[in-house]
Write a protein that binds this ligand. Structure first.
Ligand code: EPZ
Length: 417
């Protein structure tokens, strides 16, 4: 087991380089199964979720290899339509494999992905969308079996703008017959990244980033090379770190247009922000309360930055209400923040936070990916020494997290216990 040892209270000065977006790379890897030609994903982060997905591709019969930071995937010999249950349970985003495995083999079998650390994570919209495309789906003994000769285009309305359901339907429809229209589609930048990658492979997808995505089925997809967009959630995590610790930070390989909701909040609390090309500069002295942070689908405030923003609100002047509208149990970081001296009351999906001058060090435990990142930020901003345990949660989504923070002046190191 590994943990961070942190001596908090130091301002951050320096710069950090942002990785490619985890939530873009995962659907791109799923899309690589749609062709029997080679696909290369450049700047591919070696985070646990990606390595798990690479393992799933291997189980399907794909050949994968890292060449430097490029991942080469050759699906020519892929033949297995069953997504291994152990891995599927381990990795929520294995659900994204459904659409592309069905499109490749005409069938797919996957263990019903359970809930996870942050909520129930239903997949009813994925399944209803696939059924609209003509996929026969049976569920028994915790498994989902899908079969279809070839998907047939349909007009699909999503009850809520689910990222995964939007991506799965696109992946299942790109080689189908005719036109598919997805209404109330998710608008996250990662959807546009998937569209751009698929079109480079010869697909005909349009409208990603808007509420209506259109897929014209094509006969065949060819190989392609692609560099995913930067990880807006990692960039946001470091911007919040700077706001909490004070100092000045240059976040490189970060697209400000994908972080508008966070940048608005950081300016509200009196951070100085300057964005130019793919760099975002932040300096922070005072922290006024943002009053209200309410998560909502893109372009609203991202749920994946709710935990770091909650940690920030703990040391802002004044009170803040944080409302988590997307997931049922995404406040696991709150009991740990209370142990660091935070003043938070949770009622249902709302956290009522009264700002304190500073948090103090404590031994805390990451309960999930973004909660673990939030507790690490709280530890480097707190007065005194902390430990953060269960780092495997953080390793799912952040490469070199402590190295990047240390490079900007934080006193943080990882030890094995
Ligand atoms: C993606 O998860 C991201 N994961 C999540 O990031 C992110 O929090 C989420 O989108 C929201 O932005 C990846 O892209 C790999 P959703 P996903 O389907 O697709 C409900 C991280 O930390 N819903 O958009 O699973 C659901 O309950 C992870 O990087 C249904 O009701 O999220 C939730 O309330 C965590 N039925 C809402 O939609 C469904 O069939 C949004 O979920 C599907 C979803």
């Amino acid at each position: 087991m590994e943990k961070y040892i942190v001596k908090g209270g130091r301002p951050l000065y320096g710069e950090v380089n942002i990785q490619s977006a985890k939530n873009s790379v995962l659907p791109l890897l799923a899309a690589s199964v749609l062709t029997d030609e080679k696909v290369i994903i450049h700047r591919c982060p070696r985070i646990a979720d990606v390595l798990n997905m690479v393992q799933i591709l291997g189980e399907l019969g794909c050949k994968t290899s890292f060449q430097g930071d490029s991942l080469v995937i050759d699906s020519a010999d892929a033949a297995n339509h069953e997504i291994p249950s152990a891995l599927a349970k381990e990795l929520r985003s294995s659900v994204f494999m459904l659409g592309s495995v069905i499109a490749r083999f005409g069938r797919a079998r996957i263990a019903y992905p359970g809930g996870c650390d942050i909520g129930l994570r239903p997949i009813d919209l994925h399944l209803s969308g696939l059924r609209r495309l003509g996929v026969q789906i049976t569920e028994d003994g915790g498994y989902i079996d899908c079969t279809v000769e070839k998907t047939v285009g349909a007009d699909i309305l999503l009850d809520c703008p689910s990222v995964g359901a939007t991506e799965n339907i696109i992946l299942a429809a790109v080689k189908g017959k005719g036109r598919t229209v997805i209404r109330n589609a998710a608008k996250e930048p990662e959807i546009a990244d998937l569209q751009n990658f698929l079109n480079r492979m010869g697909a005909k997808v349009s409208g990603a980033g808007s509420a209506t995505v259109i897929v014209e089925g094509v006969g065949k997809l060819h190989g392609a090379e692609y560099t995913p967009i930067p990880d807006r959630i990692e960039a946001g995590t470091f911007l919040i770190a700077a706001a909490m610790c004070g100092g000045e930070l240059l976040v490189k390989n970060a697209l400000s247009e994908n972080l508008a909701a966070l940048l608005h909040k950081l300016r509200e609390i009196s951070c100085k922000i300057h964005a130019e090309n793919d760099k975002i500069y932040i300096s922070s002295k005072r922290r006024l309360s943002p009053k209200l942070i309410e998560t909502s689908p893109y372009p609203g405030f991202p749920t994946d930055l709710q935990a770091p923003a909650t940690a920030l609100a703990c040391i802002c002047e004044g009170s803040t209400v944080v409302v988590e509208n997307l997931f049922e149990t995404r406040f696991k970081h709150v009991p740990e923040l209370l142990r660091m001296g935070a003043d938070i009351t949770v009622r249902g999906r709302s956290a009522f936070i009264r700002g304190v001058p500073a948090l103090h060090g404590a031994d805390v435990y990451a309960g999930d990916l973004r909660g673990g990142a939030a507790l690490t930020l709280a530890a480097i901003a707190a007065e005194g020494e902390s430990t953060v345990s269960d780092l495997y949660h953080i390793d799912r989504g952040y490469t070199d997290f402590e190295q990047k923070l240390r490079g900007a002046g934080a006193d943080i190191r990882r030890i094995r216990v």
